[in-house]
Design a binder for this molecule. Structure first.
Ligand SMILES: Cc1cc2nc3c(=O)[nH]c(=O)nc-3n(C[C@H](O)[C@H](O)[C@H](O)COP(=O)(O)OP(=O)(O)OC[C@H]3O[C@@H](n4cnc5c(N)ncnc54)[C@H](O)[C@@H]3O)c2cc1C
Ligand code: SF4
Length: 334
Protein backbone atom coordinates (compact mmCIF):
# COMPACT_ATOMS: atom_id res chain seq x y z
CA UNK A 1 0.00 0.00 0.00
CA UNK A 2 1.24 3.48 -0.89
CA UNK A 3 0.54 6.72 1.00
CA UNK A 4 0.74 10.08 -0.78
CA UNK A 5 1.75 12.98 1.48
CA UNK A 6 0.54 16.41 0.37
CA UNK A 7 2.05 19.63 1.65
CA UNK A 8 1.45 22.66 -0.53
CA UNK A 9 -1.90 24.43 -1.11
CA UNK A 10 -1.74 23.55 -4.80
CA UNK A 11 -1.54 19.91 -3.76
CA UNK A 12 -5.33 19.99 -3.50
CA UNK A 13 -5.26 19.60 -7.27
CA UNK A 14 -2.83 16.71 -6.96
CA UNK A 15 -5.05 15.06 -4.34
CA UNK A 16 -8.04 15.26 -6.67
CA UNK A 17 -6.05 13.99 -9.68
CA UNK A 18 -4.63 11.05 -7.70
CA UNK A 19 -7.98 9.99 -6.24
CA UNK A 20 -9.72 10.44 -9.61
CA UNK A 21 -7.92 7.29 -10.79
CA UNK A 22 -10.05 5.24 -8.36
CA UNK A 23 -12.81 3.05 -9.77
CA UNK A 24 -15.29 4.40 -7.22
CA UNK A 25 -15.52 6.87 -4.36
CA UNK A 26 -17.93 4.50 -2.60
CA UNK A 27 -17.51 1.15 -0.80
CA UNK A 28 -14.29 -0.70 -1.77
CA UNK A 29 -12.57 2.32 -3.34
CA UNK A 30 -9.02 1.36 -4.33
CA UNK A 31 -7.75 4.89 -3.59
CA UNK A 32 -8.90 6.68 -0.44
CA UNK A 33 -8.30 10.03 1.18
CA UNK A 34 -7.28 9.71 4.80
CA UNK A 35 -7.81 12.44 7.42
CA UNK A 36 -8.07 11.46 11.13
CA UNK A 37 -8.19 7.78 10.20
CA UNK A 38 -10.61 6.89 13.03
CA UNK A 39 -13.12 5.35 10.63
CA UNK A 40 -10.91 4.26 7.75
CA UNK A 41 -8.12 2.54 9.71
CA UNK A 42 -10.71 0.63 11.78
CA UNK A 43 -12.33 -0.67 8.59
CA UNK A 44 -8.97 -1.53 7.02
CA UNK A 45 -8.06 -3.60 10.09
CA UNK A 46 -11.33 -5.49 9.62
CA UNK A 47 -10.69 -5.94 5.84
CA UNK A 48 -13.95 -4.13 5.14
CA UNK A 49 -11.94 -1.49 3.27
CA UNK A 50 -8.77 -2.46 1.39
CA UNK A 51 -7.50 0.60 -0.50
CA UNK A 52 -4.22 0.14 -2.35
CA UNK A 53 -3.36 3.84 -2.10
CA UNK A 54 -4.00 6.44 0.60
CA UNK A 55 -3.85 10.19 -0.02
CA UNK A 56 -3.05 11.89 3.29
CA UNK A 57 -4.93 15.20 3.57
CA UNK A 58 -3.53 16.30 6.89
CA UNK A 59 -1.01 18.78 5.54
CA UNK A 60 -3.41 20.57 3.22
CA UNK A 61 -4.49 23.99 4.45
CA UNK A 62 -8.08 22.94 5.03
CA UNK A 63 -7.96 23.33 8.80
CA UNK A 64 -9.44 26.78 9.40
CA UNK A 65 -12.71 27.91 10.97
CA UNK A 66 -13.64 31.39 9.77
CA UNK A 67 -16.61 33.75 9.95
CA UNK A 68 -18.11 34.04 6.44
CA UNK A 69 -18.77 37.50 4.96
CA UNK A 70 -22.56 36.85 5.16
CA UNK A 71 -22.36 36.25 8.93
CA UNK A 72 -22.28 32.46 8.60
CA UNK A 73 -19.38 30.09 9.23
CA UNK A 74 -16.82 28.33 7.02
CA UNK A 75 -15.40 25.09 8.41
CA UNK A 76 -12.36 23.48 6.77
CA UNK A 77 -12.51 19.77 5.94
CA UNK A 78 -9.62 18.83 8.24
CA UNK A 79 -10.73 20.89 11.25
CA UNK A 80 -10.68 18.47 14.18
CA UNK A 81 -14.02 17.72 15.82
CA UNK A 82 -12.77 19.03 19.22
CA UNK A 83 -11.63 22.33 17.77
CA UNK A 84 -14.96 22.80 16.01
CA UNK A 85 -17.03 21.94 19.07
CA UNK A 86 -15.16 24.40 21.31
CA UNK A 87 -14.82 27.26 18.81
CA UNK A 88 -16.34 30.46 20.32
CA UNK A 89 -18.46 31.20 17.22
CA UNK A 90 -19.87 27.66 17.23
CA UNK A 91 -20.63 27.81 20.96
CA UNK A 92 -22.34 31.19 20.52
CA UNK A 93 -24.19 30.84 17.19
CA UNK A 94 -24.56 27.09 16.62
CA UNK A 95 -24.77 25.38 20.05
CA UNK A 96 -26.58 22.42 18.45
CA UNK A 97 -23.38 21.61 16.51
CA UNK A 98 -21.14 21.91 19.53
CA UNK A 99 -23.46 19.72 21.63
CA UNK A 100 -23.80 17.09 18.89
CA UNK A 101 -20.05 16.72 18.43
CA UNK A 102 -19.35 16.63 22.17
CA UNK A 103 -21.97 13.91 22.64
CA UNK A 104 -20.03 11.59 20.31
CA UNK A 105 -17.10 9.22 20.75
CA UNK A 106 -14.37 10.21 23.25
CA UNK A 107 -12.05 13.18 23.74
CA UNK A 108 -9.19 11.25 22.10
CA UNK A 109 -11.24 10.32 19.04
CA UNK A 110 -12.66 13.85 18.70
CA UNK A 111 -9.11 15.22 18.82
CA UNK A 112 -8.26 13.13 15.73
CA UNK A 113 -11.57 13.06 13.84
CA UNK A 114 -12.12 15.70 11.16
CA UNK A 115 -15.16 17.50 9.77
CA UNK A 116 -15.16 15.71 6.38
CA UNK A 117 -14.26 12.36 7.98
CA UNK A 118 -17.20 12.66 10.35
CA UNK A 119 -19.51 13.55 7.48
CA UNK A 120 -18.39 10.35 5.74
CA UNK A 121 -18.23 7.96 8.68
CA UNK A 122 -19.71 4.53 7.97
CA UNK A 123 -22.54 2.64 9.60
CA UNK A 124 -21.95 0.69 12.79
CA UNK A 125 -24.16 -2.21 11.60
CA UNK A 126 -22.30 -5.22 13.00
CA UNK A 127 -22.76 -7.26 9.80
CA UNK A 128 -21.16 -4.54 7.69
CA UNK A 129 -18.08 -4.83 9.86
CA UNK A 130 -17.96 -8.65 9.77
CA UNK A 131 -16.70 -10.01 6.44
CA UNK A 132 -18.03 -13.50 7.28
CA UNK A 133 -21.63 -12.22 7.05
CA UNK A 134 -23.76 -11.24 4.04
CA UNK A 135 -24.10 -7.48 3.64
CA UNK A 136 -25.36 -5.67 0.54
CA UNK A 137 -23.56 -2.50 1.52
CA UNK A 138 -20.15 -4.20 1.75
CA UNK A 139 -20.72 -6.76 -0.96
CA UNK A 140 -23.60 -5.86 -3.30
CA UNK A 141 -26.01 -8.72 -3.96
CA UNK A 142 -24.87 -10.83 -0.98
CA UNK A 143 -28.01 -10.14 1.12
CA UNK A 144 -28.74 -8.31 4.35
CA UNK A 145 -28.06 -10.27 7.53
CA UNK A 146 -29.56 -7.54 9.70
CA UNK A 147 -33.13 -7.78 8.41
CA UNK A 148 -33.55 -11.24 9.94
CA UNK A 149 -30.79 -10.79 12.52
CA UNK A 150 -29.75 -8.34 15.22
CA UNK A 151 -31.29 -5.02 14.24
CA UNK A 152 -32.05 -3.30 17.55
CA UNK A 153 -29.76 -0.36 16.75
CA UNK A 154 -30.69 0.01 13.11
CA UNK A 155 -32.94 2.35 11.15
CA UNK A 156 -36.71 2.79 11.05
CA UNK A 157 -36.82 5.61 8.49
CA UNK A 158 -35.55 5.53 4.90
CA UNK A 159 -34.90 1.79 4.89
CA UNK A 160 -35.21 -0.55 1.92
CA UNK A 161 -35.44 -4.32 1.56
CA UNK A 162 -31.71 -4.21 0.74
CA UNK A 163 -30.37 -2.29 3.76
CA UNK A 164 -31.61 -0.91 7.07
CA UNK A 165 -28.35 0.54 8.40
CA UNK A 166 -28.35 3.85 10.29
CA UNK A 167 -26.09 6.79 9.57
CA UNK A 168 -24.33 6.92 12.95
CA UNK A 169 -23.02 10.50 12.99
CA UNK A 170 -24.18 13.02 15.60
CA UNK A 171 -22.51 15.92 13.80
CA UNK A 172 -24.42 15.17 10.58
CA UNK A 173 -27.76 15.53 12.38
CA UNK A 174 -26.85 19.00 13.64
CA UNK A 175 -25.49 20.02 10.22
CA UNK A 176 -28.78 18.88 8.67
CA UNK A 177 -30.88 21.02 11.02
CA UNK A 178 -28.51 23.92 10.34
CA UNK A 179 -28.88 23.46 6.56
CA UNK A 180 -25.14 23.19 5.93
CA UNK A 181 -23.63 23.24 2.46
CA UNK A 182 -20.84 20.85 1.43
CA UNK A 183 -18.11 22.30 -0.82
CA UNK A 184 -16.42 19.80 -3.12
CA UNK A 185 -13.48 20.09 -5.45
CA UNK A 186 -13.57 17.46 -8.20
CA UNK A 187 -12.08 16.76 -11.59
CA UNK A 188 -14.52 19.22 -13.20
CA UNK A 189 -13.91 22.05 -10.73
CA UNK A 190 -15.75 23.12 -7.59
CA UNK A 191 -19.37 22.50 -6.71
CA UNK A 192 -21.65 22.73 -3.70
CA UNK A 193 -24.21 20.26 -2.40
CA UNK A 194 -26.81 20.99 0.32
CA UNK A 195 -26.38 18.46 3.12
CA UNK A 196 -29.89 17.13 2.54
CA UNK A 197 -28.81 15.96 -0.93
CA UNK A 198 -25.34 14.71 0.04
CA UNK A 199 -26.21 11.34 1.64
CA UNK A 200 -28.26 8.86 -0.40
CA UNK A 201 -31.04 6.53 0.70
CA UNK A 202 -30.02 2.85 0.38
CA UNK A 203 -32.70 1.83 -2.15
CA UNK A 204 -31.29 -0.97 -4.32
CA UNK A 205 -27.71 0.33 -4.06
CA UNK A 206 -26.78 0.61 -0.37
CA UNK A 207 -23.08 0.49 -1.32
CA UNK A 208 -23.54 4.00 -2.73
CA UNK A 209 -23.84 6.27 0.30
CA UNK A 210 -23.14 9.77 -1.00
CA UNK A 211 -23.04 11.77 -4.21
CA UNK A 212 -19.21 11.69 -4.24
CA UNK A 213 -17.42 10.58 -7.43
CA UNK A 214 -13.77 9.46 -7.79
CA UNK A 215 -11.46 12.39 -7.07
CA UNK A 216 -14.06 14.43 -5.15
CA UNK A 217 -12.35 16.20 -2.26
CA UNK A 218 -14.48 17.90 0.38
CA UNK A 219 -12.72 21.19 1.02
CA UNK A 220 -15.05 22.84 3.51
CA UNK A 221 -18.58 23.15 4.86
CA UNK A 222 -20.49 26.39 5.25
CA UNK A 223 -23.30 27.28 7.63
CA UNK A 224 -25.80 30.06 6.96
CA UNK A 225 -25.93 32.93 9.48
CA UNK A 226 -28.17 32.18 12.46
CA UNK A 227 -31.57 33.94 12.25
CA UNK A 228 -32.00 36.55 14.97
CA UNK A 229 -33.54 35.12 18.14
CA UNK A 230 -32.82 31.51 17.16
CA UNK A 231 -32.04 28.87 19.75
CA UNK A 232 -30.70 25.42 19.01
CA UNK A 233 -30.11 22.20 20.90
CA UNK A 234 -29.02 18.57 20.43
CA UNK A 235 -30.44 15.76 22.55
CA UNK A 236 -29.02 12.24 22.29
CA UNK A 237 -30.51 9.10 23.85
CA UNK A 238 -28.27 6.03 24.08
CA UNK A 239 -27.67 2.88 26.08
CA UNK A 240 -24.93 4.45 28.23
CA UNK A 241 -23.83 8.01 28.92
CA UNK A 242 -20.59 8.10 26.93
CA UNK A 243 -18.68 6.31 24.18
CA UNK A 244 -21.93 5.20 22.57
CA UNK A 245 -23.87 5.89 19.39
CA UNK A 246 -27.43 7.28 19.44
CA UNK A 247 -30.50 5.07 19.65
CA UNK A 248 -32.42 8.26 18.89
CA UNK A 249 -31.38 11.89 18.80
CA UNK A 250 -32.88 15.23 17.83
CA UNK A 251 -31.33 18.46 16.58
CA UNK A 252 -33.69 21.42 16.79
CA UNK A 253 -33.18 24.98 15.58
CA UNK A 254 -36.11 27.15 16.64
CA UNK A 255 -36.98 30.83 16.25
CA UNK A 256 -39.64 32.01 18.68
CA UNK A 257 -41.33 35.43 18.70
CA UNK A 258 -44.46 36.84 20.37
CA UNK A 259 -45.40 33.50 21.87
CA UNK A 260 -45.21 31.61 18.57
CA UNK A 261 -42.63 29.50 16.77
CA UNK A 262 -41.84 31.46 13.60
CA UNK A 263 -39.27 29.07 12.11
CA UNK A 264 -38.37 25.46 12.89
CA UNK A 265 -35.68 23.13 11.61
CA UNK A 266 -35.76 19.56 12.87
CA UNK A 267 -33.45 16.61 12.22
CA UNK A 268 -33.35 13.17 13.81
CA UNK A 269 -30.41 10.82 14.39
CA UNK A 270 -30.12 7.13 15.25
CA UNK A 271 -33.33 6.32 13.36
CA UNK A 272 -32.64 7.11 9.69
CA UNK A 273 -30.53 5.56 6.97
CA UNK A 274 -29.29 9.12 6.43
CA UNK A 275 -29.34 12.14 8.76
CA UNK A 276 -33.11 12.61 8.89
CA UNK A 277 -34.60 16.06 8.28
CA UNK A 278 -38.28 16.24 9.12
CA UNK A 279 -40.17 18.85 7.07
CA UNK A 280 -43.36 17.26 8.47
CA UNK A 281 -42.41 18.22 12.05
CA UNK A 282 -41.29 21.67 10.91
CA UNK A 283 -44.70 22.33 9.33
CA UNK A 284 -46.52 21.25 12.51
CA UNK A 285 -44.40 23.63 14.61
CA UNK A 286 -44.37 26.75 12.45
CA UNK A 287 -46.84 29.42 13.54
CA UNK A 288 -47.81 27.46 16.66
CA UNK A 289 -47.28 28.17 20.38
CA UNK A 290 -44.43 26.31 22.11
CA UNK A 291 -46.61 23.89 24.08
CA UNK A 292 -46.52 20.13 24.69
CA UNK A 293 -49.52 19.35 22.48
CA UNK A 294 -47.84 21.02 19.50
CA UNK A 295 -44.53 19.26 20.19
CA UNK A 296 -46.27 15.89 20.36
CA UNK A 297 -48.08 16.56 17.07
CA UNK A 298 -44.76 17.42 15.46
CA UNK A 299 -43.20 14.20 16.81
CA UNK A 300 -46.12 12.09 15.53
CA UNK A 301 -45.67 13.67 12.09
CA UNK A 302 -41.91 13.06 12.10
CA UNK A 303 -42.31 9.33 12.79
CA UNK A 304 -45.46 8.73 10.72
CA UNK A 305 -43.59 6.77 8.04
CA UNK A 306 -41.44 4.74 10.46
CA UNK A 307 -41.04 1.06 9.54
CA UNK A 308 -39.67 -0.77 12.56
CA UNK A 309 -37.75 -4.04 12.21
CA UNK A 310 -38.12 -7.10 14.46
CA UNK A 311 -36.08 -5.65 17.37
CA UNK A 312 -36.28 -1.87 17.10
CA UNK A 313 -40.00 -1.05 17.43
CA UNK A 314 -39.17 0.76 20.68
CA UNK A 315 -37.32 3.41 18.64
CA UNK A 316 -40.58 4.86 17.30
CA UNK A 317 -41.78 6.08 20.71
CA UNK A 318 -38.22 6.80 21.88
CA UNK A 319 -37.59 9.12 18.93
CA UNK A 320 -40.92 10.88 19.48
CA UNK A 321 -40.14 11.49 23.15
CA UNK A 322 -36.63 12.59 22.27
CA UNK A 323 -37.97 15.22 19.88
CA UNK A 324 -40.66 16.42 22.30
CA UNK A 325 -38.10 16.80 25.09
CA UNK A 326 -35.62 18.59 22.84
CA UNK A 327 -38.34 21.05 21.82
CA UNK A 328 -39.33 21.64 25.46
CA UNK A 329 -35.73 22.33 26.46
CA UNK A 330 -34.97 24.65 23.56
CA UNK A 331 -38.10 26.78 24.08
CA UNK A 332 -37.90 26.93 27.90
CA UNK A 333 -38.12 30.56 29.13
CA UNK A 334 -38.15 31.78 25.53
C1 LIG B 1 -14.83 3.96 19.27
C2 LIG B 1 -15.52 4.99 18.43
C3 LIG B 1 -16.66 5.63 18.92
C4 LIG B 1 -17.30 6.59 18.14
N1 LIG B 1 -18.44 7.18 18.61
C5 LIG B 1 -19.09 8.10 17.84
C6 LIG B 1 -20.30 8.73 18.28
O1 LIG B 1 -20.82 8.47 19.38
N2 LIG B 1 -20.88 9.64 17.45
C7 LIG B 1 -20.35 9.96 16.24
O2 LIG B 1 -20.91 10.80 15.54
N3 LIG B 1 -19.22 9.38 15.80
C8 LIG B 1 -18.59 8.47 16.56
N4 LIG B 1 -17.46 7.86 16.10
C9 LIG B 1 -17.04 8.10 14.71
C10 LIG B 1 -16.06 9.24 14.56
O3 LIG B 1 -16.73 10.46 14.76
C11 LIG B 1 -15.53 9.13 13.13
O4 LIG B 1 -14.70 7.98 13.07
C12 LIG B 1 -14.74 10.34 12.71
O5 LIG B 1 -15.52 11.50 12.74
C13 LIG B 1 -14.16 10.14 11.30
O6 LIG B 1 -13.31 11.22 11.00
P1 LIG B 1 -11.81 10.94 10.49
O7 LIG B 1 -11.23 12.26 10.15
O8 LIG B 1 -11.06 10.11 11.47
O9 LIG B 1 -12.13 10.13 9.16
P2 LIG B 1 -11.21 9.13 8.31
O10 LIG B 1 -11.25 7.79 8.95
O11 LIG B 1 -9.88 9.73 8.03
O12 LIG B 1 -12.04 9.13 6.96
C14 LIG B 1 -13.37 8.64 6.91
C15 LIG B 1 -13.81 8.62 5.45
O13 LIG B 1 -13.88 9.95 4.94
C16 LIG B 1 -13.10 10.10 3.76
N5 LIG B 1 -12.56 11.48 3.79
C17 LIG B 1 -11.94 12.08 4.82
N6 LIG B 1 -11.70 13.37 4.53
C18 LIG B 1 -12.19 13.58 3.28
C19 LIG B 1 -12.26 14.74 2.43
N7 LIG B 1 -11.77 15.93 2.80
N8 LIG B 1 -12.85 14.61 1.22
C20 LIG B 1 -13.37 13.41 0.82
N9 LIG B 1 -13.32 12.29 1.59
C21 LIG B 1 -12.74 12.38 2.81
C22 LIG B 1 -12.03 9.02 3.86
O14 LIG B 1 -11.58 8.64 2.58
C23 LIG B 1 -12.83 7.90 4.54
O15 LIG B 1 -13.55 7.17 3.58
C24 LIG B 1 -16.78 6.93 16.87
C25 LIG B 1 -15.60 6.31 16.39
C26 LIG B 1 -14.98 5.36 17.15
C27 LIG B 1 -13.72 4.71 16.63
S1 SF4 C 1 -28.35 -3.33 7.22
FE1 SF4 C 1 -27.10 -2.65 5.50
S2 SF4 C 1 -25.06 -2.60 6.42
FE2 SF4 C 1 -26.29 -3.92 7.73
S3 SF4 C 1 -26.11 -6.03 6.95
FE3 SF4 C 1 -27.87 -5.12 5.95
S4 SF4 C 1 -27.02 -4.35 4.04
FE4 SF4 C 1 -25.30 -4.59 5.42
Amino acid sequence: MKTFQLTRPEDERQAVATAAKAKTAQQSADIRFIAGGTTLIDLMKLNVEQPQNLVDLNRLRLDKIEASPDGGLTIGATVRNSELAWHPLVRKNYPVLSEAILSGATVQIRNMATTAGNLLQRTRCMYFRDTAMPCNKREPGSGCAAITGVNRNLAILGTSEHCIATNPSDMNVALTALEATIHIRGTKGERTVPIGDFHLLPGKTPQRETVLEPGDLITHITLPPPASGTRSLYLKLRDRASYEFALASAAVVITHANGKITRARVALGGVGTKPWRSPEAETELTGQPAIDAVFRKAAEAALRDAKPQSQNGFKVELAKRCLVHALKLVTENA
